[in-house]
Design a protein around this ligand. Structure first.
Ligand code: HH2
Length: 245
């Protein structure tokens, strides 16, 4: 899954793809590089991000979805029912849902749904997140949401960085097989995230490709069904290598 943020403020690619033509060109480039899904988002969910009004989010994502849907499977990365509905009408077929609450919208349209675990909301989620057992709590939450989704295509995602400390992220990655064992296909998004910078000498987002690819390869080796990445070409090369060993 290639990331296409049509936002001014996403943490690593904010402002790069706000022009719809540039966004579509980048989406098609990711397809040429091997992306099976392009994930279009019009609202940043980085820690501390402010919510975006519905009309503005629609203005950002719809032209890009319409143009890309003829070429590739498009997912809509949103927390809003109205945006998800309009995106599905415009040609998206998967709802990538940080709120883990939009299953009815996906079900009504016969679309797929990705349930993501998040603690709190983006504005507050990194303020001292705490769990007794992060793996068990994330797993129980996702299974509960997934089993009541009412749509046949359901994916689960531990929400790396969404209300999680560095240790929580690493514990979830180390125990990914416990999510895979639920039987739901697992999506993992580590790409360019802050914890990778912290583990690699405070590397800026531009210098997190290797850490992103390493964690994507780890996730795939543990049975993840899809990884959500900004750097499609090196990730696809790593995934092909993995499938050969
Ligand atoms: N992470 C982000 C956004 N959407 N979707 C899934 N399924 N899994 C994730 O881990 C995930 C996600 C956050 O990253 P990004 O889109 O790069 O940044 P921003 O939220 O600042 O736009």
């Amino acid at each position: 899954m290639g990331v296409l943020n049509v936002t001014p403020d996403s943490f690593s690619d904010g402002g790069r793809w706000v022009d719809p033509e540039a966004a579509v060109t980048h989406g098609l480039r990711m397809v040429a590089e091997g992306a099976d899904v392009v994930d279009v988002g019009g609202e940043s969910t980085r820690p501390g991000a402010d919510p975006v009004p519905v009309d503005e989010e629609l203005r950002r994502v719809l032209p890009v979805i319409r143009a890309l849907a003829a070429h590739v499977r498009v997912s809509i990365d949103t927390r809003k029912a109205r945006v998800a509905e309009a995106a599905l009408e415009a040609g998206a077929t998967l709802v990538n849902d940080v709120s883990a609450s939009l299953a009815p919208v996906a079900a009504a349209a016969g679309a797929g749904w990705v349930a993501i675990h998040m603690r709190g909301d983006p504005r507050t989620m990194q303020q001292a997140p705490a769990y007794d057992d992060v793996v068990a709590e994330v797993r129980a939450f996702l299974v509960e949401r997934a089993s009541s989704a009412g749509t046949p295509e359901v994916w689960i995602d531990p929400g790396i960085g969404f209300g999680k400390t560095l240790d929580h992220n690493l514990t979830l990655l180390a125990h990914l097989r416990e999510l895979v064992a639920t039987g739901y296909p697992v999506v993992v998004g580590t790409s360019r995230k802050a914890f990778l910078g912290r583990l690699t000498g405070d590397a800026p987002t531009t210098d997190r490709v290797e850490a992103s690819v390493a964690t994507a390869a780890w996730a795939l080796s543990q049975g993840a069904a899809m990884v959500r990445v900004h750097d499609v070409a090196p990730t696809v090369r790593a995934a092909r290598m993995l499938s050969g060993v």
